[in-house]
Design a binder for this molecule. Structure first.
Ligand SMILES: [Zn+2]
Length: 348
């Protein structure tokens, strides 16, 4: 029976105790690590949870007042909020900085707030802010430029034209801006009739030779005869999308036959057969297809200044605010209208 018991002096006893201790230490360290890892994840989850939601207005107020972050950091943060389209948070930061921020940056902060109001579509608030800047610093061209944009969006073209005066005094070239706003004033006038508008626009074009797209878009829409009579052949390529959509009955073939580009354009459209090829790739394909495929021209519009592409034609770029920089980019697309007109004809 004694053979089953090991005496404490036996060397085997020491080895067993050693393995028992190793087992106990390994067991506890395994469970301790597991518990610690779980706690770490919990801590990480709690930490990340703070960023799932944006700080509230009150939290922002406290953070900005504490002054732990520099004013430059707040500007950068506001800018990134604006870039991601969160104008509300951006406005909250600027509004708070105006209350507690460095007074040396007051005018700049006010300008940024006005710009954000404008981008967010709060035109009246933007107007008040820019006027506030100009009250103390009337020679601030940036504020004057934005005030013009605000008035233009509000369709207060007369007020926008008045703002050009101080810009002119600051030796800024306002000819294009002034021509553009005067054209908008005419186009949106409730007092002028169509013929009077046409006459006034032609007068502006003849004296300035500016903004052909804006003027001829209206002329071809309301009076194609007058548009052709006063047509400026040097602007044919600029007006390509307008010319492409003029109806066949409204075309002036005497003028078209005298202009190589117009002959190519209307041969591609299938109205005439006066060109066999074109240096413009899309027109060349359409001329050679000779209406055998349901293809037509598609248009996108690129701003020559900032290179942003828009699906619709524009007169002032909504991104960089330059005037008359829209250029049509051509592509070949399926002609759904052709299918539709053929279907309609089949019922007759
Ligand atoms: Zn642009």
């Amino acid at each position: 029976m004694d053979a089953f018991f090991i005496e404490s002096k036996d060397p085997l006893f020491g080895i067993i105790i050693f393995f028992v201790l190793v087992f106990v230490v390994t067991f506890f360290s395994y469970w301790f690590n597991k518990y610690k890892k779980k706690e770490d994840y919990k801590h990480l989850d709690n930490f990340l949870k703070q960023f799932h939601s944006l700080p509230s207005q009150n939290e922002l107020k406290v953070l900005i007042t504490k002054g732990e972050l520099s004013e430059k950091s707040w500007f950068l943060l506001a800018n990134s909020y604006a870039k991601s389209g969160n104008y509300e948070k951006c406005i909250e930061i600027y509004a708070e900085l105006l209350k507690v921020g460095d007074k040396a940056n007051y005018r700049e902060t006010l300008f940024l707030l006005g710009k954000t109001y404008f981008k967010a579509g709060f035109l009246e608030r933007a107007r008040v802010i820019f006027l506030e800047i100009l009250k103390t610093n009337p020679r601030t061209p940036q504020a004057l430029n934005y005030l013009i944009l605000v008035y233009e969006q509000m369709r207060n073209y007369k007020e926008a034209i008045e703002v050009l005066e101080p810009l002119e005094e600051l030796k800024k070239d306002v000819l294009l801006e002034s021509t553009y706003l005067n054209i908008l004033l005419i186009l949106n006038s409730l007092k002028l009739g169509t013929d009077e508008k046409v006459d006034a626009l032609l007068k502006i074009y003849k004296s300035s030779n500016l903004l052909a797209y804006l003027i001829f878009e209206y002329l071809f829409r309301v009076n194609p005869k007058v548009a052709w009579k006063n047509f400026d052949a040097s602007k044919s390529e600029l007006l390509i999308d307008i010319l492409w959509s003029v109806e066949k009955k409204d075309l002036d073939f005497n003028i078209i036959m005298q202009n190589g580009f117009l002959k190519e354009l209307y041969s591609a459209k299938g109205y005439i057969k006066e060109a066999t090829s074109s240096s413009v790739f899309e027109l060349n394909i359409l001329i050679n297809l000779e209406q055998r495929a349901d293809a037509t021209l598609g248009f996108e519009y690129i701003c020559n200044s900032c290179k942003i592409v828009f699906p619709f034609a524009f007169h002032r770029c909504s991104n960089c605010h330059t005037i008359g920089t829209s250029r049509a980019e051509l592509s070949l697309v399926k002609d759904y209208h052709k299918d539709f007109s053929e279907e309609n004809n089949s019922f007759q």
